[in-house]
Design a protein around this ligand. Structure first.
Ligand code: HPA
Ligand code: MG
Length: 226
């Protein structure tokens, strides 16, 4: 029998672990936009699994933070889909249980990638005055955490506005050699150190319109290189 790619895990606090030797699902098993045919190697996380995992993260967040209002800080652009789905799931829990979580949503934009490489200059847009965060419970919602440099810079910036509490939700955490950050409080999946696209994650602004999280192919990289 073939190896199972996701080992049974105890606790699962670090998210669903996808091993380095997991080859991914064949693209032909799923539907995806025809305009990306030839641009992808495999599906790493199918859309349905992403949504199911987010439903559970929403419950964990509700258990920890419910009944006190929070400010959701969505990190654009890659985090928009995760944020929409996470907020939706929290709203559903607020409707269907006796707990409630009033949310305000604020958007900031970070940009540090060109092609598949991180650049040194990190731009934070829309975060100049976050003084309304003072004394608030803040949930940072980020699609992917790699080396942690971006997250550390953002945390420092947010902390300077004296919120009461900061929690971080990261859909994906990459196993990179020089990870300099603490794990997010809520992790969807721990993935190998490969460049992934889809579910709002881009390669030079392409692939945000792909539902599954996939590995881009070498020809895809060449096609959309700038
Ligand atoms: N894909 C898209 N954007 C990213 C990635 C990635 O793998 N890592 C950091 N930003
Ligand atoms: Mg990007």
């Amino acid at each position: 029998m073939a190896d199972v790619f996701v080992k049974p895990q105890i606790g699962g606090g670090g998210g669903i672990v996808i091993d380095d030797d997991w080859p991914g699902y064949c693209l032909d098993l799923f539907s995806y936009p025809a305009h990306y045919s030839g641009d992808l190697d495999c599906v790493v996380v199918p859309h349905g699994v992403i949504v199911d995992r987010i439903e559970r993260l929403a419950r964990n967040i509700m258990d920890d933070l419910g009944d006190h209002d929070i400010v959701v800080l969505c990190v654009l652009k890659g985090g928009y889909q995760f944020c929409v789905d996470l907020v939706d799931k929290i709203k559903a829990l607020s409707r269907n249980s006796n707990r409630t979580l009033p949310m305000r949503v604020h958007f900031i934009r970070l940009k540090s990638y060109l092609n598949d490489q991180s650049t040194e200059d990190l731009h934070i847009v829309g975060a100049e005055d976050l003084s309304f965060l003072a004394g608030k419970n803040v949930l940072i919602v980020e699609a992917i955490v790699g080396t942690g440099k971006t997250m550390n810079a953002l945390l420092k910036h947010v902390e300077s506005f004296s919120p009461k509490l900061i929690k971080v939700a990261g859909l994906l955490v990459k196993r990179v050699p020089h990870n300099s950050t603490c794990l997010p409080d809520y992790v969807g999946f721990e993935i190998p150190d490969r460049f992934v696209v889809g579910y709002a994650l881009d390669y030079n602004e392409y692939f945000r319109d792909l539902n599954h999280i996939c590995v881009i192919s070498e020809s895809g990289k060449t096609k959309y290189k700038i």
